[in-house]
Design a protein around this ligand. Structure first.
Ligand code: ADP
Ligand code: 5GP
Length: 192
């Protein structure tokens, strides 16, 4: 019998490679559904509304909270981020696997409200490599990088709270491991 699809939460420090791994996984398996969060952060170059995030202002975010539209939300490094509730519940009710890419505080909230969720921690090969990746991405000014590195120390210390740790040395290897955790293994079956 096939394992019941469930909610998988991917967390890990900023710059570890969460977006890269998820994007790679979805080039191989476009059917993997990833929740699109709402955020008050400004878009980075190339980011599009409704694709990487729903970019909203503070007032709109307040409304999402007040109307109970968020499954969870958290403040991270000066901005707010939250998971729209309805789409996630619809997918789960349709029996489809759901992936959330959220921070540690969000992962803890999901574990409280949906204890059946599987929490996956993406860890860097080393602290030095994490700093290199976050700095090398070149998307944040130095003071924001500092704030994110401070958050990273807290996140790394919480690794043991997660069900599984994957070390992001190779994007391909980690994507394959994550797919297996989502219950999607091997090459994509055509017409199966
Ligand atoms: P996150 O989504 O966790 O904040 P990103 O996916 O934006 O992190 O990755 C941060 C930087 O690290 C990017 O420049 C990305 O290309 C790079 N990166 C991601 N995974 C790896 C890896 N396995 N090896 C080397 N560089 C990586
Ligand atoms: P970034 O600004 O780099 O895209 O994301 C910063 C952090 O916010 C990352 O750790 C990311 O996983 C987290 N994040 C993104 N969306 C959500 C969300 O909906 N809820 C929570 N709690 N964190 C989120």
């Amino acid at each position: 019998m096939k394992e019941r699809p469930r909610l998988t939460v991917l967390s890990g420090p900023s710059g570890v490679g969460k977006s890269t791994v998820v994007a790679h996984m979805r080039t191989v398996h476009p059917e993997v559904w990833l929740s699109v969060s709402a955020t008050t952060r400004k878009p980075r170059p190339g980011e599009q509304h409704g694709v990487q995030y729903f970019f909203v202002d503070d007032e709109e975010f307040d409304k999402l909270i007040a109307n109970g539209e968020l499954l969870e939300w958290a403040e991270f490094a000066g901005n707010r981020y939250g998971t729209p509730r309805r789409a996630v519940l619809e997918k789960l009710e349709a029996g489809e696997p759901v992936l959330l890419e959220i921070d540690l505080q969000g992962a803890r909230l999901v574990r409280e409200s949906m204890p059946e969720a599987r929490l996956v921690f993406l860890a860097p090969p080393s602290w030095e490599e994490l700093v290199r990746r976050l700095t090398g991405r070149g998307t944040e000014p130095p003071e924001v990088i500092e704030r994110r590195l401070a958050a990273a120390r807290v996140e790394l210390a919480a690794e043991s709270e997660f069900d599984t740790t994957l070390v992001n040395t190779s994007v391909e290897d980690v994507s394959r491991e994550l797919l297996a955790l989502l219950g999607i293994t091997g090459e994509r079956e055509i017409g199966g």
